[in-house]
Ligand binder design. Structure first.
Ligand code: 5GP
Length: 163
């Protein structure tokens, strides 16, 4: 819990310094990122707005390899500084699909903040992963917003699921 809090604060500090005097649109990816973004946004001192989108790529503990958009974006990203907020980047497939959609709207800048990164599992290079909280091993985890088939999101700590 303390390590998570430190990681969230460190991301917020970097965002505050990088965007000082700017207006930023945060786009959070539901469901998993809801606790991370709720904590993060309270450390932000910059002028910001937040929007939510919802994707699904996992069934149980396995990636389906396809990214389903369950709830889309209702906001125009053109000429805006956008930061995409993710709970976890695993293969990076979700991010690639989202960046492609977002890029089409010609934002002024587009960066990504993720609480967790499984760098060993990453299948894509040159992703704009400017803000990474904790690099974790390639294991399936739950807690702090992350679920296993809908359960476990409420844990204050993050646990590896062992079956
Ligand atoms: P990617 O597309 O990068 O492979 O996976 C991203 C999405 O898969 C995340 O936003 C999250 O929903 C889900 N995911 C990936 N790894 C984990 C994990 O270890 N635990 C949980 N609960 N979800 C994960």
């Amino acid at each position: 819990q303390s390590q998570i809090a430190a990681a969230v604060k460190q991301i917020a500090t970097k965002i505050n310094s990088d965007y000082e005097g700017e207006k930023v649109l945060l786009v959070a990816v539901l469901n998993g990122a809801f606790i991370f973004v709720a904590d993060l946004i309270r450390y932000l001192t910059i002028d910001c707005q937040i929007e939510f989108i919802k994707t699904q790529s996992y069934e149980g503990m396995h990636s389906t390899g396809k990214v389903k958009m369950l709830l889309g974006l209702n906001k125009d990203l053109q000429d805006q500084h956008v930061i995409l907020l993710e709970d976890i980047v695993d293969t990076g497939n979700t991010l690639v699909a989202l960046l492609e959609i977002f890029d089409k709207q010609k934002p002024k800048s587009l960066k990504v903040a993720t609480l967790l990164l499984k760098s060993e599992a990453l299948k894509h290079q040159n992703l704009p992963l400017d803000y990474v909280g904790i690099d974790i091993p390639n294991k399936f985890v739950v807690g702090y917003g992350l679920d296993y088939d809908g359960c476990g999101r409420q844990y204050a700590d993050i646990y590896q699921v062992v079956l």
